[in-house]
Design a binder for this molecule. Structure first.
Ligand SMILES: [Zn+2]
Length: 231
């Protein structure tokens, strides 16, 4: 199949996962269930129909307002959907193989965690567990289908990657971020993990020195992981 077709599939999958990301970002840090209750307007309780849940399109069609009470719906919702579509499409472009599935999931996870962190909320352990399960499954699958998974790190590189991600942030007493980077290290292997951390720390340092204020760590990690997966 031509790459352009795979990219379209990636974009559509990214939009759908982006819509799910909005649910995860709002509900998980608040201890709410993901599947129940169904999505509804936070102001009037109007339960969203299928037509209200089409990524980006519904927001544009309703011009960013609730269908019933007319309250403004944040532009963040379609932007998260678009960002997820771009990130997943990039994974398909960088890795036009089965590897795009676990790496697309990693991009989805990092997008969710970046926004949760930027909101000043605690990174939910369940998200990290989901990432660890997918990462371990991907690396383990190389034992069964080594020729089909050429992009997955070999198991000892993945374990070293987890350690390389965990230790520097644990030393800085950022234990939840250390756990996140341990999960990322499983996907990247130790070389790319160290590169991503180096870039993330450098960009964080520059931004914090120039802006002289607190900035969240995770968006920098997300951007540097995308860069490390690209080169
Ligand atoms: Zn409403």
């Amino acid at each position: 199949m031509p790459l352009a077709v795979w990219l379209v599939y990636g974009a559509v999958a990214g939009l759908i996962f982006g819509s799910f990301a909005n649910v995860v970002i709002w509900r998980m840090p608040r201890g709410m269930r993901i599947t129940h209750p169904p999505s509804a307007c936070t102001a009037c309780g109007y339960r969203l129909l299928a037509a209200d849940l089409v990524p980006v399109v519904s927001w544009l069609a309703l011009r960013g307002h609730c269908r019933r009470c007319g309250i403004r719906i944040s532009v963040r919702y379609p932007l998260v959907e678009l960002a997820c579509a771009v990130a997943v499409t990039l994974m398909v472009y960088f890795y036009p193989s089965f590897s795009a599935v676990p790496l697309g999931f990693l991009a989805f996870l990092l997008l969710c965690v970046s926004i949760i962190d930027a909101d000043g909320m605690e990174i939910p352990p369940a998200l990290l567990c989901a990432g660890a399960v997918v990462g371990i499954a991907w690396v383990s699958a190389t034992f069964l289908w080594p020729e089909r998974l050429p992009d997955a790190p070999v198991w000892h590189h993945a374990l070293l990657g987890a350690a390389a991600g965990f230790v520097p942030l644990a030393v800085c007493k950022k234990f939840r971020h250390a756990q996140l980077c341990a999960v990322i290290g499983l996907f990247l292997g130790w070389q790319s993990m160290l590169l991503a951390l180096l870039i993330a720390f450098a960009s964080l340092f520059i931004v914090r020195v120039t802006k002289r204020r607190w900035v969240p760590i995770t968006p920098h990690i997300f951007a540097s992981v995308l860069f490390a997966l690209w080169i």
